[in-house]
Write a protein that binds this ligand. Structure first.
Ligand code: ASP
Length: 441
């Protein structure tokens, strides 16, 4: 892109204390390309502490339930005051808290109240580093459907931000109408950073947090797994399905196809180069088949057996409909000649099992419906992996040598991942075997 602009996002951990905030300012000042910064509300200072965002959620719910909320308001004020005093600036916290209280009484609503965590923090931060503040409500817009209005957002955000040398932007919220604030889902400060990066056509969007490294396998299962230094947006999507959530899918959706990489950096280890999330992998990168092995336990498979099933039409539609009506996602399915199998994880399934089985009997009249529990799904993720010759042989050999029985196998149509189902008791053995075969060798 060549704009030489870096957008930096500092999460709640980095905003939790004055000391951490000083550290973030040093990071900003170390590179003049860091011209725009998105900040979160102060996070927790330790295991016993609460995040500012949670305090604000409680504040609003106490007010709505006509409970005493004064202690919450005092805690919020004290936290900001501690930060302001620690930074040694003359910011008027009391004025902000009075404004918040006034608007609480005006019934501005939950999203407004909660957004004040990032808003006040960004105002303090802007004063501390001497950069102008751009309120997110002026550059992030939601449509009537509650989704980000991309056209309006990018047009306004680029108009305002591109004319500025530097800016501090509060994360996590935007405007959904005149004087109406709306929040992104939790962790949404990253989405704001993605919006800003796109609007200013940044070269890099950096996410600074306390997150330790992204490993190529769970370190509690595999000894010293390799750290992932480069991963694509598509691969990251697969990992987030398996519970490794680096940032929300909204961010991936906004950044994919744009060509702006996200660099994930660790505020506790600023010399560590971090992980690059990009559209394509760098051509010089040599990767041993896959990027990562990840998995989850506790799935169920429902097998529906019926002679002549292959000749019937609309079976999938009927089966999926029965699950959909009950709000249970069919995460995977397999169809054999006389068998149709569905993989689910939602605990709702256990509650509604009898009802679902009855509905399946009524709709399909199968010879048999069987249920297998305690199934783990393990995914081997790597862009282009599905096109590698002999990949299945490699996987099956590794698993067979480990003495594990495979219950299912599924190759994503996008050549990005292969999912293997094994019994929960074989989960760890399988992860280790696949790590050895697909990442190490
Ligand atoms: N403060 C918000 C949260 O705790 C948003 C964020 O930090 O990204 O979820």
């Amino acid at each position: 892109m060549g704009s030489n602009i870096i957008v930096s996002k500092f999460g709640g951990f980095s905003m939790a204390t004055a000391d951490m905030i000083r550290k973030t300012a040093d990071i900003l000042h170390a590179n003049p390309q860091r011209r725009y910064v998105v900040v979160s509300a102060p996070g927790s200072r330790g295991p016993e502490d609460m995040k500012m965002t949670d305090l604000l959620f409680i504040l609003n719910s106490r007010y709505m339930n006509r409970e005493n909320f004064n202690d919450m308001l005092s805690r919020i004020q004290e936290r900001f005051t501690e930060i302001v005093q620690g930074l040694g600036i003359g910011f008027d916290v009391e004025k902000e808290i009075l404004e918040l209280k006034k608007n609480l009484f005006f019934g501005k609503g939950n999203d407004y109240v909660v957004s004040r965590g990032e808003y006040i923090m960004a105002k303090i931060y802007a004063e501390y580093i001497g950069w102008p503040l751009v309120d997110a409500s002026k550059i992030v817009f939601f449509g009537k459907d509650g989704q980000l209005d991309q056209a309006k957002t990018f047009s306004e955000a680029s108009k305002i931000l591109q004319g500025m040398e530097n800016a501090v932007i509060p994360g996590f919220y935007g405007s959904s109408g005149p004087n109406t604030i709306k929040l992104f889902p939790r962790g949404g400060g990253d989405t704001t950073a993605a919006v800003v990066a796109r609007a200013v056509e940044a070269d890099i969007c950096e996410k600074w947090s306390e997150t330790t490294k992204i490993y190529s396998a769970d370190p509690s299962i595999v000894d010293n797994p390799a750290v992932i230094r480069n991963i694509t947006y598509e691969e990251l999507k697969q990992l987030s399905y398996m519970g490794i959530r680096v940032f929300s899918e909204d961010v991936i959706y906004l950044m994919q196809g744009i060509g702006i990489p996200i660099k994930i950096r660790n505020i506790n280890d600023i010399n560590d180069e971090g992980t690059n999330v990009t559209q394509e992998l760098p051509p010089e990168l040599h990767r041993n088949v896959a990027a990562c092995i990840a998995g989850k336990r506790n799935y169920r498979i429902i097998h529906i057996q019926k002679f002549g099933l292959n000749r019937l039409t609309g079976i999938g539609q009927k089966v999926f409909g029965i699950f959909t009506e009950r709000n249970i996602a069919c995460e995977h399915y397999m169809s054999g000649i006389y068998r149709f199998s569905i993989v689910v994880k939602n605990p709702l399934f256990d509650l509604k099992r009898a009802e679902i089985f009855q509905a399946l009997k009524d709709a399909i009249n199968p010879e048999e419906i069987t249920l297998e529990k305690n199934l783990s799904l393990i995914t081997v993720v790597g862009k282009g992996m599905g096109t590698v010759k002999g990949i299945f042989a490699k996987i099956f050999n590794a698993i067979a040598n480990a003495g594990v029985k495979v219950k299912m196998i599924e190759q994503g149509s996008d050549d990005l991942n292969i999912i293997i189902g094994v019994y929960d008791e074989d989960f760890e053995t399988t992860v280790r075997a696949l790590y050895g075969a697909m990442i190490l060798s």
